[in-house]
Design a protein around this ligand. Structure first.
Ligand SMILES: *Cc1c(COP(=O)(O)O)cnc(C)c1O
Length: 367
């Protein structure tokens, strides 16, 4: 038995009839950009996130970038970001012209450590972008408090956290504005690229609507220098189908996580995810830590089990930022994590037998 890291075809097959119907509905409508499917999805996803507004955009990176642009953040500004995140969080900041200022994570949750935010603030700081990494919300109350005291915007990178709860409230409604990605592997995934900005701020939503569509509200009246970053009708139609399954699929991810946690708890050499009682994560990924990680990954590969590393190179050490002066040792916790983390197969479609095989194979290597 092989256990793929992820099987996206299984997700399609489970909803094949509804997705195929959505495809035909859009194809036969003859309308493919910014129409009724996008409008309907925006309403449905805003409601799901317990927020007032949703603006569909081209992808998650653009969602973050357009929020920064709409807030007028750019050249000469600084934005605080987690040192351990997917590089897109940083790219959104640097492509706006602002400077990413990395902050180390909490050792147990892997999310940005609120206590380290204050010391990173300078007169140029305009915003903080907490990431709900691996599907677990960051500790938003202290982050919002510090930001409120210092006049900073808080922007959630919720690309891994569709449906996650923080003190009973949904990711996407926990800050000034949130960015979502619908890249196919995400908890709510399209069959291509997609993204969204979610916010209670009507003015921000309006600006993002302008920015995503060449700066126009009315055809041929270009009010601002815009971009092209639109969610398309086909992806919106697929996402509406997927959104109706999101809670069920997240519940299945929780069941997979619960079983991993229970079965792997017997292996003291392995560090398992830590979940504070005030969050309900949606398990975008299931991460274990094991110092000789490469050995474990190789063993699992030899037994037909797919794993991945999220992420092996922290952004400050990426070639993309090689000219910015960061060096190994600058963010030791993030660098340590990058060397020890391993993502086990996690999705709503992991079968009981597959999970048992993963656990058995990990046990073989560790005991
Ligand atoms: C996927 C992801 C993004 C970027 O989303 P795209 O749609 O691929 O641009 C940004 N931040 C995080 C944390 C992500 O996981």
């Amino acid at each position: 038995m092989k256990v793929p890291f992820l099987d996206l075809k299984a997700a399609y097959l489970e909803s094949k009839e509804e997705l195929d119907a959505a495809y035909r509905r859009v194809m036969e409508s003859g309308w493919y950009i910014l129409g009724r499917e996008v409008r309907a999805f925006e309403e449905e996803f805003a409601a799901y996130c317990q927020a007032e507004h949703c603006v569909g955009v081209g992808n998650g990176l653009d969602a973050l970038h357009l929020i920064l642009r709409a807030y007028g953040i750019g050249e000469g500004d600084e934005v605080i970001v987690p040192a351990n995140t997917y590089i897109a969080t940083w790219l959104a900041v640097s492509c706006s012209g602002a400077k990413p200022v990395p902050v180390e994570p909490d050792e147990r949750t892997y999310n940005i450590d609120p206590e380290l935010i204050e010391p990173a603030i300078t007169p140029r700081t305009r915003a903080v972008i907490p990431v709900h990494l691996y599907g677990q919300p960051a500790d938003m109350d202290p982050i919002n408090r510090i930001a409120g005291e210092r006049g900073l915007k808080v922007i959630e990178d919720a690309a891994q956290a569709h449906g996650a709860l923080y003190r009973g409230r949904r990711a996407g409604s926990l800050s000034d504005a949130a960015a979502f990605s619908f890249y196919p592997v995400k908890n709510l995934g399209a069959v291509g690229d997609g993204g969204a900005v979610v916010t209670d701020d009507a003015e921000l939503a309006d600006k993002v609507r302008l920015l995503r569509n060449h700066g126009q509200r009315v055809k041929n009246r270009h009010e601002v220098e815009g971009f092209n970053s639109r969610l398309d009708e086909l992806q919106a139609a697929f996402l509406r189908v997927k959104l109706s399954k999101l809670d069920d699929w997240n519940r299945r991810r929780r069941a997979v996580a619960a079983r991993y946690l229970e079965r792997l708890d017997r292996l003291p050499a392995l560090t398992l995810p830590f979940v504070p009682e005030w969050v309900e994560p949606v398990w975008h990924l299931f991460i274990v830590r094991y110092p000789p990680r490469d050995v474990l990954q190789q063993h699992l590969a030899n037994t037909g089990i797919g794993t991945q590393i999220h992420y092996p190179i922290p952004p400050h050490l990426s070639d993309a930022y090689a000219d910015k002066g960061w060096e190994p040792g600058d963010f030791p916790m993030s660098e340590l994590l990058a060397g020890e983390i391993l993502s086990l197969p996690m999705s709503p479609h992991v079968q009981r037998g597959q999970l048992d095989k993963v656990v058995g194979s990990v046990e073989e290597e560790l005991v």
